[in-house]
Ligand binder design. Structure first.
Ligand SMILES: *Cc1c(COP(=O)(O)O)cnc(C)c1O
Length: 360
């Protein structure tokens, strides 16, 4: 059976291997099997990037990616902290709104959504001192831009500023330089580059981050509560048990396929094919150059004479779900993500379906 291919940035088209986990026995979250499963998933998550296997732990929660980002910012930014937010899209702005909602002290270095993050200004601010934490987005899904964090990370490292990363759409698919960037915590989700099902999200954080007091002005979003109980596999609240089983299988599959570097190479190949094919059709990329994009998602200007709705509906009938622009880009662009069970032949089929909709 040929399934609809989801080209939105998560949830992804599941592989059969992950889908089959739904046929297993149902689990109670208060039974020892579930605690063992949770510990296994924590171990696997900290081994996705070998660099994190000793010094970091993973804290698992039930919720979407935003839940992990918000719990990370709530808990790992203590009272009295001062945060620099570096934003160039929907998700950077969302991080700032969270700090605002939590009553935390922060400043934003803001760029337009078509621009890279303002590295010079961010580094200047960090070197000026006074910041305890820096928050930014690794892969800004608004446009598909992979933010270059090397100089910002170096400045964080030099100043002892903890970097809190929204890695929701990059964890498992792009390189994260944990120690060079002084990453204190990175938030992500089961249902993007890891190819699990929605329901479980997580924060990979330095074990030492849990030594002080939690900054969380919240009970449910307090990572310290989860961390305390999860050291033995338990969780304070009901977890999405089926999604946890699926995540375990998805992580086993990732490892069997060669880990994040192999997945990155696969995404790169699919994205290069989409970029090349669409360029041949005269469809323009939204950003300044194809090199600005992550391996995971690309964005394109709507071709003249084609509306998003018409293109979307046609592709839907052909078995593909593409993704619209957010905010200022609504109606003006379309996005293609290559996460999930997707092969080069699917991209070729997609290109043919798009070609049929272009004015001749
Ligand atoms: C998907 C995503 C999120 C989280 O979105 P949810 O809808 O809560 O899953 C956060 N940040 C980035 C960069 C994302 O791509």
């Amino acid at each position: 059976m040929s399934r609809t291919k989801l080209l939105n940035p998560g949830p992804v088209t599941l592989t059969d291997r992950v889908r089959k986990t739904f046929e297993r026995e149902d689990l109670c979250h208060r039974e020892p099997e579930f605690a063992a499963l949770t510990l296994d998933v924590i171990g696997r998550l900290t081994r996705v990037y070998p660099e994190t296997s000793d010094e970091y732990t993973a804290v698992l929660m039930t919720g979407s990616g935003t839940c992990a980002v918000e719990a990370m910012l709530a808990s790992l930014v203590p009272r009295g902290a001062h945060v620099l937010v570096v934003a160039n899209g929907v998700y950077g702005e969302r991080a700032a709104s969270m700090l605002e909602a939590h009553g935390k002290s922060f400043e934003v270095v803001r760029s337009g959504w078509l621009e890279p993050v303002d590295v010079a200004e961010a580094v200047k601010k960090l070197e000026g001192g006074g910041f305890t934490h820096c928050v930014t987005v690794h892969h800004e899904t608004t446009t598909g831009r992979l933010n270059d964090l090397s100089a910002i990370g170096r400045a964080c490292q030099a100043r002892g500023v903890g970097l809190l990363l929204d890695a929701v759409s990059s964890f498992g698919g792009e390189e994260i330089r944990w120690s060079d960037w002084n990453v204190l915590g990175a938030a992500a989700t089961a249902n993007k580059c890891l190819h699990g099902v929605p329901g479980i999200c997580f924060v990979v954080a330095k074990k030492g981050a849990f030594e002080g007091r939690s900054g969380a002005p919240s009970v449910y979003l307090d990572l310290f509560r989860y961390r305390k109980e999860q050291q033995t596999g338990w969780s304070p609240f009901t977890q999405a048990t089926h999604a946890m089983v699926a995540l375990q299988e998805a992580l086993a599959e990732l490892s069997d396929q060669g880990g994040w570097t192999a997945r990155h190479a696969h995404y790169r190949a699919l994205t290069a094919r989409a970029l090349g094919g669409l360029a041949d059709l005269g469809v323009e990329v939204l950003l300044e150059s194809p090199a600005a994009y992550s391996s995971i998602l690309t964005s394109y200007k709507m071709p003249a004479g084609v509306t998003y709705e018409r293109l979307h509906d046609h592709l839907r009938r052909e078995g593909f779900v593409i993704y619209a622009g957010q905010g200022q880009f609504q109606g003006a662009i379309f996005r293609i993500a290559v996460m999930g069970d997707l092969a080069e032949a699917d991209v070729d089929r997609l290109l043919r379906a798009i070609r049929s909709q272009l004015p001749s």
